[in-house]
Ligand binder design. Structure first.
Ligand SMILES: Cc1cc2nc3c(=O)[nH]c(=O)nc-3n(C[C@H](O)[C@H](O)[C@H](O)COP(=O)(O)O)c2cc1C
Length: 203
């Protein structure tokens, strides 16, 4: 069984990220491995953890956490085998909320696989490229296939000029097959890395 967390990277009131994550979960339900019960997909919302800007004295590599919010975030991330990061593009990168949440932990991410669903005016691809680089440092294996939703074509808004309208995710027909291909890669790589996770847990 592969436990997959769909992590909502943005925390902004009125964010579109929550609807994107919901689309990911709904569209994953028709994936073969998930239908068969070999994998599960759950949404993890960074906003629910109330993480401040990094306030741990020791680098996460040492695993010596002082704060209850860090322990809660640690327990949650440690309980998953793989991640789908749902990220918008903020100023050509990831939202600070997501980078901060990654920085809080280390071993909880390591030897796990990650895929990406991004969104923005150019599909959020520049955020994903930055995210891939950051995740390399915490030993996450990033799969090649990703989904990039375009704000102006893959969402429906009652008022497209209103940044507080989260809109409805109405993705083009090519996105769900891409999501499923990404899940194939994610489940395969997460399985391949399982012995390394077991080795880490034994030390
Ligand atoms: C601070 C900020 C910076 C942004 N910068 C970019 C950007 O560089 N490229 C882009 O395509 N969209 C950019 N946008 C637009 C976002 O992609 C769009 O608002 C998206 O819905 C934000 O995600 P969220 O609704 O989950 O917060 C930016 C939005 C914000 C709030």
């Amino acid at each position: 069984m592969t436990k997959i967390a769909v992590i909502i990277g943005s925390t902004r009131p009125g964010r579109r990220g929550a609807n994107v994550a919901q689309w990911v979960q709904d569209a994953s339900n028709s994936h073969e491995a998930i239908k068969a019960g070999d994998a599960t997909v759950e949404i993890v919302d960074i906003a629910e953890f109330g993480l401040p800007l990094l306030d741990e004295a020791m680098p996460a590599l040492f695993g010596q956490y002082r704060n209850e919010h860090t322990h809660q975030w640690s327990r949650t991330i440690a309980s998953y085998d793989a991640f789908v990061f749902v990220t918008p593009e903020y100023n050509r990168s990831v939202p600070a909320s997501l980078k901060n949440a990654i920085d809080f932990l280390y071993h909880e991410w390591s030897n796990k696989a990650a895929g990406f669903v991004s969104y923005g005016t150019q599909g959020g691809v520049r955020a994903v490229e930055h995210l891939r680089t950051a995740l390399a440092e915490v030993k996450v294996a990033d799969v090649a296939t990703a989904v990039g939703l375009q704000i102006f074509t893959d969402f429906t808004f009652s008022d497209p000029t209103n940044p507080l309208d989260p809109g409805t995710v109405t993705p083009g027909p090519h996105h769900e097959p891409a999501l499923h291909k990404m899940l194939d890669e994610l489940i395969a790589w997460s399985g391949a890395l399982k012995p390394l996770r077991a080795e880490g847990a034994a030390h």
